[in-house]
Design a protein around this ligand. Structure first.
Ligand code: PLP
Length: 355
């Protein structure tokens, strides 16, 4: 007899698992992946670089240290700042929440990236969502009030935000960094497409933590993320990181990828150009929101059609994200990741037909 209720916490039992659609569609535009694989000659060099990885050994601390030093140098981090490595930035987010005290309230603008709430709720933390304004910007008075009421607080800001694509004015983020009793986590998952960063601000703001990932720039399968903050913080977060959380193949692959930063930068530039083209093509058809990320949020003229449109695209082999279940400000909204020019054309044609 399996007595789930006796052994599994209610917090876990009452939540749905994070859903990842399994059947690979012909055109996959649902998960903010890059549409571009690495060029074949770069892949051959990557395979060569992996040849000497010691798979019979655990990852060596020197390899972690080397990579951290390199990330810090490339990011221009000054002295006194530390870096933590993660198996994707999801794991960094989890370790952040694991390391913080049980009475720290997690504050999130809503809507935002679902994992902040998911991880915090599973770990039994209090989560306070603060609605964004109608144009998906930060409601500063409401956020300030929430930070004052629920201190100490951990505020997660996806910059730019997922699923809206909006980036917040720098001054708004600065205003929140001034909150007395809060840590502000700026999640820069979409940095390659926004090219704005709070990493340089780490030197001035002791309660600012910045999270990055390589997923969106073309290495989603690698699972690698990192964070930077004052070393007094990162030394503590290191204690909850599992000893070998980033595997040796990933470490070697990230070192390799950093040597080819120009290849990834060129791919991101193509995606930014396609984003502008796609947004322009969508504008006469649907309501589309400005985006600094590699995806666009849009709402069909008849919002109740979103589910049908999503299903119709799916039947034509095009997978986008249906946000209808999120409700609230996202009711009737769909999200499409920017693909290759050909994928975007196919998506636009199928969308026009479904509309
Ligand atoms: C804002 C934001 N942060 C973090 C992540 C997680 O990225 P990963 O775990 O692949 O690094 C995502 C993924 O969609 C995201 O949108």
């Amino acid at each position: 007899m399996v007595d789930v209720a006796r052994f599994i916490s209610e917090r876990v039992r009452t939540r749905p698992a994070y859903h990842v659609p399994s059947a690979a569609p012909a055109i996959k535009l649902d998960a903010m992946e890059s549409p571009y694989a690495l060029p074949m000659e770069v892949r051959d060099r990557w395979l060569h670089a992996l040849r000497d990885v010691a798979l019979h050994r655990y990852p060596a601390p020197e390899h972690y240290e080397h990579l951290k030093t390199r990330l810090a140098r490339d990011a221009g981090l000054g002295p006194g700042l530390g870096v933590v490595l993660g198996n994707g930035s999801d794991e960094i987010l989890q370790n952040i929440i694991l390391a913080t005290a049980a009475d720290v309230t997690v504050i999130i603008p809503a809507p935002t990236f679902v994992m902040y709430e998911q991880i915090a709720a599973i770990l039994g933390r209090r989560v306070v969502p603060v609605p964004l304004t109608a144009d998906f910007q930060l409601d500063l008075p409401a956020l300030r009030a929430a930070l004052a009421r629920h201190s100490p607080a951990l505020l997660f800001l996806a910059y730019p935000n997922n699923p809206t694509g909006a980036i917040y004015p720098r001054d708004d983020v600065q205003a929140l960094l001034a909150a007395e009793d809060a840590i502000v986590v700026v999640d820069e998952a979409y940095h390659p497409f926004a090219q704005q960063s709070f990493l340089p601000a780490l030197a001035e703001h002791g309660r600012l933590w910045v999270v990055r990932t390589l997923s969106k720039q073309g290495l989603a399968g690698l699972r690698f993320g990192w964070m930077a903050a004052d070393a007094a913080w990162t030394n503590e977060i290191e204690k909850v990181r599992l000893p070998y959380n980033v595997n040796s193949l990933t470490i070697a692959s990230v070192e390799f990828a950093l040597d080819y930063a120009d290849v990834f930068a060129a791919q991101a530039e193509r995606i930014r150009a396609e984003r502008a083209r796609l947004a322009q093509a969508l504008a006469p058809l649907v309501t589309v929101w400005p985006s600094e990320a590699n995806f666009l949020l849009f709402r069909p003229p008849v919002p109740a059609d979103a589910g049908r449109i999503h299903a119709e695209l799916r039947s034509r082999g095009i997978l986008i994200k249906n946000l209808a279940a999120s409700g609230g400000a996202l009711a009737g909204c769909l999200r499409v990741t920017v693909g290759t020019p050909a994928e975007n054309e196919a998506f636009l044609a199928a969308l026009a037909r479904a509309l």
